[in-house]
Structure formats: C-alpha cells, structure tokens
Design a protein around this ligand. Structure first.
Ligand code: AMP
Ligand code: TRP
Length: 336
C-alpha cells in the first residue's frame, strides 16, 4: 500500500480576548476551517501570555472560554484540530524556561513589541513581558511545528523562534523543527474603519473595528460612520481612497464579488446606499457564527469536553518533545 506523507503541522497562538475582529475572521479564522483537512493543526489560547499585562481573573477566565467558543463557532472542528488553553499544558512553561537559557538579552531588547508594550504599561514592565517571545518560541517548538500563521506584527517573534531552534539544534543535533511563517494567498488585509491606512485591530478604540460578536445594529452604525472621502463614487483606488477601498475589500471578501462587479453594482449610487449594502453583507455573514457562538458559549459541559480533550492531545505531543529536550540538556528524566 502506498504510504501517505505525514501532514505538516500548523500551530497558532491566539490571545484570549472576546474582541476577535472581522479582520481576524477574513484574514485568519475562516481560512483555518480550510486548513483542517490538509494539515495537523493546533490552536492554543495563550492565557499565560495574557497575564504579562494585568488581568481581572474572572474576566480572563470568561474571555478564554469566549475565544474558544468563537473558534468553534467559526467552524473549527475540535476533532480535527487540537484546541486548548496554553496554561493547561505545563510543558509550555517548562520549555520556555529552558529556552530562556538559549536566548540573549540583546535579542529580547530588540523586540519592537516589547518596546511598544513597555511604553504602554510603564507602571508594569515585568520580566514576563520581556521574555514573552521566548514563551512564544516554546509554544511553537514544543510541537515540532512546520508552519505558523501570523500577522506581520509577529514576524520578529517568529524569527527569534527560528534562531533559538537553530541554536539549540547546533548544540544538540536535530531536536526542533525550524518553523516557517504561513501566509495564505487568499484573504484581504482589512483596515481600520476610522484610519484606513492602518490594519483593523482589536487593540484600537471600539469604533475602529467590527468584532465578530458585535450585534447587527452596532455593525451597521460602525460601518455608517466609517471614514471615506468626498468623491462619493464607489471605485477601487486603495492608494488615494483607502476608506472606500477597504469597504469594497470587505464586501468582496464576504460576497465573492470582484471589484469590477462591485463598481458596476454601485454605479451612480451614493455612499449611504453602499455602506448599507456592506452592512447587510457583514451582518448576514456573521449571523450564523453569532448564533453558533451563543449556543456554544452557554454549553459549559461541551466547552469543558473540548478543553479536556484538547489539552490531553496537546500534552501527549508536548510530553514526547520534553523527554527528548530534557535528555539532551542533561536534566533528570521525568517519565510518567
Ligand atoms: P492578531 O489579531 O493581530 O494577533 O492576528 C491574528 C490573525 O488574524 C493573523 O493571522 C492575522 O493575519 C489575522 N488578522 C488580524 N487582523 C487582520 C486584519 N485587519 N486583516 C486581515 N487579517 C487580519
Ligand atoms: N504573540 C501572538 C500575538 O500576540 C500570540 C501567540 C502566542 C502566538 N504564541 C504564539 C502566535 C505562537 C503564533 C504562534 O498575536
């Protein structure tokens, strides 16, 4: 019988906030559903990364469950994908410590996210914020990951993870897979509704983004208030008219229509009508997801079962990697 090549492994970490955006959906989440047959995928809700800034404990717990519910609602099959909470697989922390000893202060000092975050949280520049990228490297390397879907802002961290893997391998032989970024060809970059030259991001003020779980009236209001220009024609000119181009990208991504088609559809019509059509389309696209989300988020027993099976499957991979890593660096064996 013909042997099947093993599937490549994908790992991604997601910060637990309930505010995953339409940008996350179009640029990432909805494509994850397509990856699940071709790749061996792990999605970790990175609660340990989240506590590098102060969190309200009850709110953090809820936010983690909300994030898991959104993933499931977007069509990720918990049988085909491993979906779990980072802190429930203690090997992440264990490997992060070991990798700390293979990372230089100078490398971490260069990380732009650390610089940004320490400016933002000047009263709490803790060591965890500084070593955040090492924990992220541990996340990725623990599963011998081939591909990591990330946004541009995380490229520097991935680069560091690769450097750490190469450095470790140079000393101990081929222990870690050296991961690569995964940048799907399809999927538009969705921009902020208030400043369409910047990426739509959940860390911006509320009116800049559409959350996957925003109610229909909120979605419509935000889109009506989206920044455009004074030309009042629906034309795709991203350089000079980024606001309209962004709304067209959203409409195109969700309806499958080309820019030419959209231009033709709105010939002679004003922005009011156009924005309403975009709102109708976004609301219709998110409605089934929101329904599923409401159902799943209430079903605590189901969420618990996904959580437990996710962490057990993740742990069994992590355990094997750690057996090898511990042996290589000379730590006492820890057999279960
Ligand atoms: P982030 O929320 O920045 O951590 O990104 C998580 C994933 O969502 C990455 O794969 C990004 O490429 C994708 N993503 C985030 N924001 C957007 C956006 N505005 N447009 C398209 N994709 C996005
Ligand atoms: N740092 C990532 C972010 O802020 C989240 C993350 C943590 C991650 N661990 C990861 C992403 C591993 C990819 C792989 O978005």
């Amino acid at each position: 019988m013909e042997q099947q090549a093993p599937k490549k492994r994908i790992f991604s970490g997601i910060q637990p906030t309930g505010n995953l955006t339409l940008g996350n959906y179009i640029g990432a989440l909805r494509n994850f559903g397509l990856l699940q047959n071709e790749y061996d995928c792990l999605y970790s809700i990175v609660d340990m990364h989240a506590i590098t800034v102060r969190q309200d404990p009850a709110e953090l717990r809820k936010a983690c469950l909300r994030t898991m519910s959104i993933f499931l609602a977007c069509g990720l099959d918990p049988e085909k994908n491993i979906i779990y909470f980072q802190s429930q697989v203690p090997q992440h922390a264990e490997l992060a410590w070991i990798l700390n000893c293979f990372t230089y202060m100078g490398e971490l000092n260069r990380m732009t996210q650390f610089k940004d975050k320490s400016a933002k949280h000047a009263d709490n520049i803790n060591a965890g914020l500084f070593t955040y990228p090492v924990l992220m490297a541990a996340d990725i390397l623990l599963y011998l990951t081939d591909l990591v879907p990330i946004g541009a802002d995380q490229k520097q961290h991935l680069e560091l993870a690769r450097d750490i893997a190469l450095r470790f391998n140079a000393v101990y032989g081929d222990v870690f897979t050296v991961p690569e970024g995964y940048f799907p060809k399809v999927g538009a970059r969705i921009m902020s509704l208030q400043d369409p030259t910047r990426k739509m991001s959940k860390s911006d003020p509320d009116e800049c983004y559409i959350a996957i779980i925003d109610p229909p009236d909120v979605i419509r209001r935000k889109l009506r208030r989206a920044v455009t220009d004074c030309e009042a024609t629906v034309r795709f000119e991203p350089e000079t008219r980024p606001g309209v181009a962004n709304l067209m990208s959203i409409l195109s991504a969700l309806s499958g229509k080309s820019m030419d088609q959209i231009e033709a559809d709105f010939e002679g019509k004003g922005y009011g009508q156009f924005k309403d059509a975009v709102a109708d389309c976004v609301i219709a696209a998110l409605e089934p997801i929101q329904k599923e989300y409401d159902r799943i988020n209430k079903d605590k027993a189901y969420l618990e079962s996904v959580m437990v099976s996710g962490r057990e499957r993740a742990q069994s991979i992590a355990y094997r990697t750690m057996l090898k890593v511990r042996k290589k660096v000379g730590l006492a064996a820890l057999k279960l």
